[in-house]
Design a protein around this ligand. Structure first.
Ligand SMILES: Nc1ncnc2c1ncn2[C@@H]1O[C@H](COP(=O)(O)OP(=O)(O)OP(=O)(O)O)[C@@H](O)[C@H]1O
Length: 370
C-alpha cells in the first residue's frame, strides 16, 4: 500500500492546460474517486499517477518518494482501462499471467498467483477460455485480475464499468469494493457517474475544466458543496441567486431579488463558512437540496416559511417531485411517497419551509469557464 501526493501539479498539451494547480493527498488504502464531466482532466491526472504522462509542473509522490519522472513499469501500479485492453485471442490465464511473465516470475509462483487472482474474481473455471468468448462483465473481471496479480501498491481504474449494462454495473461495483478490501489496496477510481462516486468512495475529488474544486467524503461533497458547480453536478439542488442584506452575530439575512419582489432568507453564518464567504468577489447563491425542504398545508410559526402554489407534480415511485412557485421563483421539493394519491396537485396553495440548518451560501463560479 502506498499514499499518493500531488503537489501543485500542472499538465499542458501545447496550449491546452488539461490539469492545473492540483494538490491531492490520497491516504494508504483509501478508495478515492476522481469525478467530473467529460474532458475535465480526470484521465490525465490518472495517467500522471500511472506514469504514462509526466507533469509539466509539480511533483507526484508515492509514500513521500518522488515519482514524478519514474517510468510506468517502475511504479508498481495496476491499471484497468475503460476498454479493458485485453489480448482477445489469448486465454484468460495468459492474459492474467502477462504482467508476471514480463516481470520474469518463476513458473510455479506464476501459476499460483494467477490461480489466486482468478479465484478472487471468480473466474477459475474460465482459465482456458479465449477472452473473445467472454461476456463484458467477465472481461472486466479478467482486466481486474490482470491488474491485481502483480500485487500493485496502487490500483488505477479508469471508468471501468462504462461498457456494462446497468445490472452488471451494480454487481461489479460490489465486486470491486470487495476486492479493494481484500487486497487493502490504495485505489483511484475515475468516473463521471455521481451515483457511482457517492456509493463507492471513501473520498471524492470533483473536477471541472482541469481544476479540482473540492475534495471530501461523499456526505461532505453532497451536504457541503464548495460552489455551484459541485452542488449541481452531484444530485439535484435548488440554487437561489441572492445578495447579502445584513450580517448579524449568528445569522445573515440574504435577499433574492425578483423583479419588484424580494424574498428574504435567514442563513446561519456557518452555512457560508463564517464570514469568509462575504469576502468573495463572486456572486452568491443559497443552495438547498429538494429533500431538505418541507411542504406545509398551513403557515406555521418559524423562519424561512414562504407562501406558494404548486406548479407541477411528478411521480417517481418512492419520491414525488413537487415544483412550488414562490413569488415567481420555482422551488423543487422532493417528498417521500407517503401521502394518499392526489394529495399534491397543480394549483394547490401551500407553504414551503427552508430549514436554516439545511441552507448553504455558496459562490457562483459557473460563469467562469475558460
Ligand atoms: N494527449 C493529449 N493531447 C492533447 N490534449 C489532450 C490530450 N489528452 C487530453 N487532452 C485534453 O485535456 C483535457 C482533459 O482531458 P482528459 O482526458 O483528462 O479528460 P477526462 O476528464 O478524463 O474526460 P473523459 O471522461 O471524456 O475521458 C481535454 O480538454 C482533452 O482534450
Amino acid at each position: 500500500m502506498a499514499s499518493i501526493k500531488m503537489e501543485n501539479v500542472q499538465k499542458a498539451f501545447g496550449k491546452t492546460i488539461a490539469v492545473d494547480h492540483l494538490n491531492l493527498d490520497i491516504k494508504e488504502g483509501e478508495f478515492f474517486t476522481f469525478l467530473g464531466p467529460s474532458g475535465c482532466g480526470k484521465t490525465t491526472t490518472l495517467r500522471m499517477i500511472a506514469g504514462f504522462y509526466y507533469p509539466t509542473k509539480g511533483i507526484v509522490r508515492f509514500s513521500d518518494k518522488d515519482m514524478t519522472r519514474v517510468p510506468p513499469e517502475k511504479r508498481n501500479t495496476g491499471m484497468v482501462f475503460q476498454n479493458y485492453a485485453l489480448f482477445p485471442h489469448m486465454t484468460v490465464f495468459e492474459n492474467v499471467a502477462f504482467g508476471l511473465r514480463v516481470r520474469k516470475i518463476r513458473s510455479s509462483e506464476l501459476k499460483r498467483r494467477v490461480q489466486d487472482a482468478l479465484q478472487k474474481v471468480r473466474l477459475e473455471s474460465y482459465r482456458n477460455r479465449q477472452v473473445s468468448q467472454l461476456s463484458g462483465g467477465q472481461q472486466q473481471r479478467v482486466a481486474l485480475a490482470r491488474a491485481l496479480v502483480i500485487e500493485p501498491e496502487i490500483l488505477l481504474l479508469d471508468e471501468p464499468l462504462s461498457n456494462l449494462d446497468a445490472k452488471l454495473r451494480d454487481e461489479m461495483r460490489v465486486e470491486i469494493l470487495r476486492l479493494q478490501r481484500d487486497y487493502k489496496i490504495t485505489t483511484i477510481y475515475v468516473t463521471h457517474d455521481q451515483a457511482e462516486a457517492l456509493s463507492m468512495s471513501d473520498r471524492i475529488a470533483v473536477f471541472n475544466y482541469g481544476i479540482c474544486h473540492q475534495v471530501g467524503t461523499p456526505a461532505e461533497i453532497y451536504n457541503q458543496p464548495a460552489n455551484d458547480f459541485v452542488a449541481s453536478f452531484i444530485g439535484e439542488i435548488n440554487l437561489l441567486p441572492v445578495q447579502v442584506k445584513s450580517v448579524e452575530h449568528e445569522n445573515m439575512v440574504v435577499a433574492l431579488e425578483n423583479g419588484e419582489q424580494q424574498i428574504t432568507i435567514d442563513v446561519p453564518k456557518q452555512a457560508g463558512e463564517g464570514d469568509s464567504i462575504l469576502r468573495t468577489d463572486k456572486d452568491l447563491a443559497v443552495a438547498i437540496r429538494p429533500e431538505a425542504i418541507r411542504i406545509l398545508d398551513v403557515a406555521e410559526d418559524g423562519i424561512n416559511i414562504f407562501k406558494g402554489k404548486i406548479d407541477s407534480v411528478q411521480f417517481f415511485g418512492s419520491v414525488v417531485n413537487v415544483i412550488v412557485d414562490v413569488q415567481n421563483v420555482s422551488i423543487r421539493v422532493d417528498v417521500l411517497n407517503t401521502q394518499e394519491v392526489g394529495y399534491y396537485y397543480q394549483g394547490k396553495d401551500v407553504y414551503v419551509e427552508l430549514p436554516p440548518n439545511q441552507l448553504r451560501l455558496i459562490p457562483v463560479i459557473s460563469g467562469d469557464a475558460p
